[in-house]
Design a protein around this ligand. Structure first.
Ligand code: BYC
Ligand code: FE
Ligand code: FE
Length: 496
């Protein structure tokens, strides 16, 4: 959608026209200078301000339509980033979500010299180099698209929150994903002209799971409508965010690198929600099994570890897809051109050219797995996937240590990277969770034992009943070790 130059009606009328319900605070027009905390000089940049003034009412309308249902007028105890320094990046207050101050921040200091690919040693770019314009736009749009997608996927979860603590965390994640969208939209408006404005609008038009206009990446079109999936999503999908943002913070395009660097501070909280949320359910499950005379977790209203394992298999495999093909010329050229690095490229690697040696990748040839040697630049997606898998495994090991401490002999695992894939060289083949090549028939006959199945969905829906009393938690999840920002157990995280 193109914003015509003469579309000069005021912000107030624009917002009204877009949404007749604008009496709700959700679509109140804002004075961008006052409302958008930033360190990008918005006050002195009329061109950028005009672009954002056109986009902001559409964002407000999108938030109203596709953001969290029902709780828009309730006050939520939220952390807002109001500046990049240590006392401003986490300002806590009870605010209504539509009044959240979505800001635009770049980490002020970052590397000056590119340390990726053929551009290694050059000064970082403050403007988009013409020859990399399309690739950078594509990367920024792909990154940006995931942010509103996740909010859409999670929009109904407030209605079944297992506690006010968890509900607050959900909404915190949602508003921060909204800010991540602002971060990418800023780059599009500031650096990509008319194309950028169109892309920014389209980001508010695609919808998660929509048959005609879906989100760009697979995992962001999967339903996430119960809290076990929410915790698995923030554990596994937001962790893809961590690794992609880390790869982009190595970018030679400095505004992108510095945007992603700041986003990583918020991402850490999303990962905390996912990892500890899963852990609280897993340990609760072991406690309930010990309590029941037959070891039957469901009889005690809990979530059995088999179901949790199927959830891990489901979300982890969709998230492996988010790293793209194992052998990718896109990834090779992003690296060669200094647009995207490896995880902690600057600190962990001394050879930033990656022209030597090869990476061994098992491929399916003539009905069996055999090893192919791949040039390291073409295996960049696989390299990032390795670091991602190791980070996931660290969390799973921690959960298993917790289970062992409770006397459970159950061990949770990550499935093989070949299992249940929809992108890359393993898609189109069937593998069991151990990574053995199997027939499609065998896969289908075991699918319900390996992946979330319709009965699981029914059971989960049956126990997802809201618990809105301060300090109380649903039966199937442990309380957290401590409150958020040092608050007491019975704190009113959300004022209902
Ligand atoms: N689904 O060369 P290939 C986050 C497409 S999450 C659908 O193998 P490439 C967050 C690909 O686009 C982080 N399509 O892959 C988390 C290409 O299409 P075209 C998001 C897929 O390009 C939680 C074709 O397949 N950030 O922040 O090397 C909550 C062949 O591509 C998928 C980024 O992704 C898929 N899963 O790598 C909120 C960073 N995978 O060109 C937020 C930016 C691949 O043939 N993105 N395709 O039409 C990238 O760097 C790369 O685009 C990818 C793919 C890593 C995603
Ligand atoms: Fe994000
Ligand atoms: Fe996130």
């Amino acid at each position: 959608m193109r914003v015509s130059a003469h579309a000069c009606f005021s912000l107030v009328r624009c917002a009204r026209q877009l949404d007749p319900r604008n009496m709700s605070p959700a679509v109140a027009p804002v004075d961008l200078n006052a409302r958008v905390p930033n360190n990008v000089g918005l006050a002195d940049d009329p061109k950028l301000r005009r672009a954002l003034e056109h986009w902001q009412p559409k964002y407000a309308e999108w938030w109203n339509d596709m953001g969290p249902t029902e709780f828009q007028t309730n006050e939520v105890y939220l952390r807002t980033a109001t500046s990049v320094d240590s006392n401003g990046w986490a300002t806590w207050d009870h605010v209504r979500m539509p009044d959240y101050r979505w800001g635009i921040f770049l980490t002020p200091t970052h590397q000056d010299i590119i340390q990726v690919g053929d551009a290694t040693g050059q000064t970082v770019w403050q403007e988009v180099p013409g020859e990399h314009r399309n690739a950078l736009r594509r990367i920024i749009v792909t990154q940006g698209d995931t942010e509103p997608a996740s909010v859409e996927q999670q929009r109904l979860l407030g209605k079944t929150a297992p506690s006010l603590y968890d509900m607050r965390n959900l909404f915190q994640v949602n508003v921060e994903e909204g800010r991540h969208l602002w971060a990418m939209v800023y780059l599009l408006h500031k650096h990509f002209g008319t194309d950028g404005r169109e892309e920014a609008n389209e980001m508010l038009e695609r919808r998660s799971g929509d048959a005609d206009n879906p989100r760009l990446l697979g995992a962001f079109n999967q339903p996430c409508d119960n809290w076990l999936s929410f915790f698995a999503f923030t554990m596994f999908t937001d962790r893809d965010g961590k690794f992609q943002l880390a790869a982009l913070r190595e970018s030679g395009f400095s505004p992108l690198a510095r945007s992603c660097d700041f986003m990583l501070t918020e991402e850490a909280f999303h990962l905390f929600v996912g990892e500890t949320g899963m852990e609280r359910i897993i340990l609760r499950s072991a406690e309930l099994a010990a309590l029941d005379p037959n070891g039957d977790v469901r009889a005690q209203g809990g979530i059995d570890l088999d179901l949790i394992q199927r959830t891990i298999n489901y979300w982890f495999s969709y998230c492996l897809d988010l790293f793209g093909g194992e052998i990718s010329s896109n990834a090779a050229s992003y690296f060669a051109n200094g647009l995207k690095g490896r995880f902690r490229e600057a600190e962990r690697y001394t050879d930033h050219l990656a022209l030597e040696g090869f990476r061994e990748i098992p491929v399916v040839e003539q009905g069996r797995l055999s090893i192919r040697q791949v040039a390291p630049r073409n295996a960049m997606n696989e390299s990032l996937r390795d670091d991602y898998i190791a980070d996931c495994q660290r969390a799973v090991d921690r959960w298993n240590r917790g289970l062992a401490k409770l006397g459970s002999d159950c061990v949770l695992t990550l499935p093989s990277r070949r299992f249940h894939r929809h992108q890359g060289i393993y898609s189109g083949h069937s593998f069991d969770p151990q990574g053995n090549l199997i027939s499609q028939e065998f896969f289908e006959s075991h699918r319900n034992g390996w992946l979330l199945n319709p009965d699981d969905e029914v059971y989960l829906a049956s126990i997802m009943k809201p618990v809105y009393e301060p300090g109380k938690f649903a039966q199937w999840i442990r309380p957290p070790r401590r409150g958020m920002n040092g608050q007491p157990d019975n704190f009113d995280y959300v004022r209902l």
